[in-house]
Write a protein that binds this ligand. Structure first.
Ligand code: ZN
Length: 253
């Protein structure tokens, strides 16, 4: 994901209405999308045609995501205090596919909400080892360090590789609050992670099923499992606040 991508995640347009079953998704995956115009769940059309049979499910997106559509870039905003970790939304319906990833996603969220301190778009990621241990963490630091590749996923993957002592992250899971961009999706494939768990979908730049699907292209030898829609609304909330607060991309001064 990457919110470091030029635009913020946006609601899927092709998404069914709130509560509507998501086509082609695993049972129980459909979650009510946030109300509002343009709101859509992550069940975008793109991910409905996964190259590999995955558990992909659209991530519910909020209307704000749609509102952010077209924004030129996740640029810096004046530094500010980090935002509080959003309260998890109640979800009474058991979801065997996603429930186990909620806690790791909350860790990623705790990273995401720290990003605005440096004017970075709130996206966070963690890499879990095969046993579930956290091997790496990352949040957007593009503005903080002036590095266009300092996306949460890349930083988390690097830290995990250092922890493991090798670049191969076989058996690991990348958990990220926003659908990876092409760079990060590619990095995850190159790292040989087994799985990518995604919070909010990014209809404008997502490369794990939304705009592209570079992680499940059948031409690739390694295709990670992809699980969309884990705490999607909670993951989208900090992004919404960030862009609505006026900390929007704009001409650098
Ligand atoms: Zn990225």
């Amino acid at each position: 994901m990457d919110a470091r991508s030029p635009r913020e995640p946006t609601g899927r347009d092709t998404t069914p209405g709130p509560g509507a079953p998501l086509r082609g998704h695993t049972p129980g995956g459909a979650r009510p999308a946030a109300p509002g115009p343009g709101s859509g769940s992550g069940s975008g059309s793109a991910e409905q045609d996964p190259a590999a049979g995955d558990t992909t499910t659209g991530a519910p997106a909020t209307e704000d995501t749609a509102a952010r559509a077209g924004r030129p870039g996740r640029d810096a905003a004046p530094a500010g205090a980090s935002e509080p970790v959003p309260e998890p939304a109640p979800d009474p319906a058991p979801d065997p596919v996603r429930d186990r990833w909620r806690e790791p996603m909350r860790l990623a969220l705790s990273e995401a909400v720290r990003a605005p301190r440096t004017g970075d778009v709130p996206v966070g990621a963690v890499v879990l080892g095969p046993d579930g241990a956290v091997l790496g963490r990352g949040r957007n630091e593009r503005e903080a360090v002036g590095d266009p590749t300092a996306h949460a996923e890349v930083l988390a993957l690097r830290e995990a590789a250092r922890a493991r002592g090798e670049w191969r992250l076989t058996g690991c899971t990348l958990v990220v609050t926003l659908e990876p961009c092409t760079m990060c999706a590619g990095a995850a494939v190159l790292a040989r992670v087994d799985r990518i768990v995604i919070g909010a979908a990014d209809a404008k730049a997502g490369a794990a099923g939304s705009l592209w699907d570079v992680v499940r292209d059948r031409r690739l030898n390694h295709r990670p499992e992809v699980i969309h829609g884990v705490l999607a609304e909670e993951c989208a909330a900090p992004l919404t606040r960030f862009f609505r607060s006026g900390r929007r991309p704009g001409p650098r001064t």
